[in-house]
Design a binder for this molecule. Structure first.
Ligand code: TXA
Ligand code: MG
Length: 336
């Protein structure tokens, strides 16, 4: 295989996916699209390859990865006997392939590194056709965190992945499969089935109401989550530019204050929000699916301006998807 000087975007066809699968099988790392965000993948069972993912991302070694599988049969190769139960059958029938990750007990074939030493493993079956074909051709589970440097905004296009790794010397061989923009735009819902009752560790587009109709009692995210899922620590998904979330009613005043103190602002606002002061407006959709789809791209655009502050107009909190979006916004704005 050739070596290169920089990560590169590869257009998708059966031969480039085959080539990427070959790379994975010999222990290399490949970036690929999913319906949520792009992932940085390595074979789950290859400890050294998984190690490379942590290195490239600069990811803390205590933050476990999600294993991407084709289906129940592939899940059974990495989870402990008996942990795939009737609830998993029902959840997979309803939500797989799709943006739902299940935390289950792992089996002994999985190297410690792939789960950050935990006795459990997070598993999801992505819906994106490129991800599916890649897993199929690789023939085994692919562990992949979002393909951003640790703590930064998740990538929703191949170009975002390139931006993240362009100046990382260790990533010069990285191949990025270009599957177009991600449809969902925020990361999967993570559901821990090893706790009683099952508990959502990370909100996403599969809602708690939907999960409850399939398996009954489910706990929503709470303080337990911080300890249970290190990837949900306060500052995450963060632009380089300091970011504030501001209520619609206070928006004009907040912008005015920044402008008066000489700070240049970019504001993610809803259509129709009137803001008198000079600043760069980025108008966001009012519909939550569309907002989620655009969010990370818009945050990256706002960040790329290199201005002094990003102001985000506070979205509503009246649906699970808005709550998942607000979760990401709070982390983007959290003190680092
Ligand atoms: O949509 C997604 O889930 C994307 C795409 C690429 O599939 N992946 C993703 O991975 O967001 P990452 O690594 O950025 O986030 C994984 C989350 C983290 O919050 C991590 O702590 C949690 O899942 N997680 C992984 N394994 C876990 C485990 N065994 N127990 C508890 N939490 C776990
Ligand atoms: Mg991530």
């Amino acid at each position: 295989m050739r070596t290169y000087l920089m990560p590169r975007i590869v257009s998708v066809n059966t031969s480039s996916i085959d080539q990427a699968a070959r790379r994975l099988r010999v222990g290399e790392v490949v970036a690929f699209p999913t319906e949520t965000v792009y992932g940085l993948g390595a074979c789950t069972l290859n400890e050294r390859a998984v190690d490379r993912v942590y290195e490239l991302k600069g990811r803390p070694s205590n933050n476990p990865l999600i294993a991407h599988v084709l289906d129940e049969a592939m899940t059974r190769t990495i989870v402990s006997k008996g942990s795939w139960d009737a609830r998993c059958d029902a959840l997979a029938a309803r939500f797989w392939p799709g943006p739902l990750t299940l935390v289950l007990a792992r089996n002994s074939s999985v190297p410690d590194r792939a789960t950050a030493g935990r006795p459990t493993i997070a598993v999801r079956s992505p819906a994106h056709p490129v991800a599916r074909l890649l897993i199929e051709r690789t023939g085994e589970s692919i562990s992949a965190p979002s393909a951003n440097r640790s703590g930064r905004v998740s990538p929703t296009s191949a170009h975002h992945v390139l931006e993240e790794f362009a100046d990382v010397p260790e990533a010069r061989d990285l191949e990025i499969l270009d599957g177009g923009p991600c449809e969902v735009g925020i990361e999967s819902t993570v559901l821990d089935l090893t706790s009683d009752p099952p508990c959502i560790l990370r909100p996403g587009s599969v809602t708690i109401e939907q999960l409850r109709t399939v398996i009954g009692e489910v706990e929503s995210p709470d303080v337990r989550v911080q300890a249970a899922s290190p990837g949900t620590s306060a500052s995450h998904y963060a632009p380089h530019t300091p970011t504030n979330i501001v209520d619609s009613a206070r928006l004009r005043e907040a912008l005015q204050q920044h402008v008066e103190t000489g700070r240049r602002c970019v504001a993610l606002i809803f259509p129709g929000t009137v803001t008198a002061s000079p600043h760069t407006p980025i108008v966001m959709p009012r519909e939550p699916n569309a907002y989620a789809h655009d969010l990370y791209r818009r945050l990256r655009e706002a960040d790329a301006l290199g201005w002094d502050v990003i102001i985000i107009e506070q979205p509503p909190d009246d649906s699970h998807l808005w709550r998942a979006i607000n979760d990401r916004l709070r982390r983007a704005a959290a003190a680092r």
